[in-house]
Design a protein around this ligand. Sequence first.
Ligand code: G3H
Ligand code: 13P
Ligand code: ZN
Length: 343
Amino acid sequence: MPLVSMRQLLDEAAKGGYGVGAFNVNNMEQIQAIMDAARETQSPVIIQASRGARAYSQDKFLYHLMLAAAELYPEIPLVMHLDHGNSFETCKSAIDLGFTSVMMDGSLLEDGKTPSTFEQNVEVTRRVVEIAHAKGVTVEGEIGVLGGIEDGHGAGGSGLDHVTDPDQAVEFVEKTGVDALAIAIGTSHGAYKFTSKPDGSVLKMDVLIAIHKRLPHVHLVMHGSSSVPKHLQDVINQYGGKLKPTWGVPVEEIQLGIRNGVRKINVDTDNRLAITGAIRKVFAETPEKFDPRDYMKPAREAMKKVVAERMTQFGQAGHAGDYAPIPIAEMKQRYAAEAVAAK
Ligand code: G3H
Ligand code: 13P
Ligand code: ZN
């Protein structure tokens, strides 16, 4: 199966009432872990690469690994998505390389730190939609800003500083024509999201529900959605790590989101924790080992377990065979004919 459009995947998810995990990758083992989990659970899947991932891997390597994944797992609908594109040029280079979906995160300026104005965000996102749709490529925009800065991306502060305003969300979608909309509801990237199990005072599910009521047909995206489970923290700390106690986004809150229009759920940190725990365990228990396969294999297996669990929890499991992929060239024609519903 060729790489498919994220718009098609999310439209299908909306029809089926489920969410689709979008998992970040930087290397071959992470892609293999996701594809194995997708095969085991029969899930359609979104694999995403950040700017950091593209730089780390030289993105052509990643692109060809994705083509290998599509060839080796032909039964799995697979999207290659750019995570947090910071400028028109970044998105354009991803589209030129062959990504089938891009995020233009115009909620921040190009530095990935300073919040932009609403007008700046609309302008850059609208320009990306124009060139992306002309090639059949999907666009995710963002309105509101996530908290934290742990991974070098974000405005800093608590996740509550720039929660999405539902009125602005409506205007943003109308003015840009995005296919999917990331919103800020109090989450942040990385492991340190909340200092205790989050309640409605820090995780604004009420705002998400209000946005969904105003935009019932728009595919919503939750960023910073790792659950940071204690058992993954414990493995790291048991084998010499030094994570401070922390809480992520409980899976049941994500499931509430899915019942209210969330179709894409971004997860990176949980996989980083699983990989690191598995590697630390090998190093601690068998310090005489030095063949990278001795620790990369259990790391890949640990990530696969987390991804398969999320695929089941988000509801995408069992849906890989529901539909035939629409070629990107056909998506291009549909956008041109305005046959893809304006959101
Ligand atoms: O946006 C956050 C993702 O976890 C990617 O992180 O920018 O360190 O690759 P990164
Ligand atoms: P986490 O850090 O919670 O995994 O979020 C990842 C993300 O939002 C990537 O865009
Ligand atoms: Zn994100």
